[in-house]
Design a protein around this ligand. Structure first.
Ligand SMILES: [Zn+2]
Length: 178
């Protein structure tokens, strides 16, 4: 059993009773909350763990049955890494995935044209697309923006052990503002 438990597994995203993301816990803590009946499981990881008698799919997203008052602000810092995380390391123009080294931040409306440095005006772009775009609006540079940038409601901080620093797929709908 220890072998299974020692694997590097993704944690669970905890939502408040009103579906606001609160934090991420490791899978052990997630199982405890689940067994204590404090949460409802909304999504599962494809990973399972087995005890001698049962196999459990690990919870990926859980919602607290009782509202708790969040003890920290849910503001997401506008940083390079958080922008990449929001966009899943995908260039928002050519839609290809790149490593962090090859990615840049693009201001959709360039700063020189009155664009602001804010969540709704910044996107992940590969250096090729960013060069092509230059100091122009996307349509003027013949580039199509894949999706309209949004302010995320919440993102995990980087010391969380996210494999390859990617968000588990199951979390994304709960983290991006609609
Ligand atoms: Zn690109």
């Amino acid at each position: 059993m220890e072998d299974v438990f020692n694997r590097n597994l993704s944690g669970a995203l905890i939502l408040n009773s009103g579906y606001e993301p609160i934090k991420v816990v490791n899978w052990r803590k997630a199982m405890i909350l689940w067994f204590q009946d404090k949460v409802e499981v909304l999504e599962y990881h494809s990973t399972t763990v087995s005890s001698p008698s049962r196999t459990f799919a690990l919870p990926a997203v859980m919602r607290l049955k009782q509202y708790i008052r969040p003890y920290f602000s849910l503001t997401v810092r506008l940083s390079r890494q958080n922008i990449f995380l929001r966009d899943n390391h995908i260039c928002q123009y050519c839609q290809q995935k790149f490593s962090e080294k090859r990615l840049t931040i693009d201001h959709v409306t360039p700063l020189s044209k009155g664009g602001r440095h804010e969540w709704t005006n910044v996107v992940t772009a590969c250096s090729h697309c960013n060069n092509k775009k230059g100091d122009k609006l996307p349509e003027k540079a013949n580039l199509k923006l894949h999706s309209r940038p949004e302010k995320p409601r919440w993102l995990p901080n980087r010391d969380l052990d996210l494999e390859g620093n990617r968000l588990p797929h199951a979390w994304r709908p709960y983290l991006l503002a609609r």
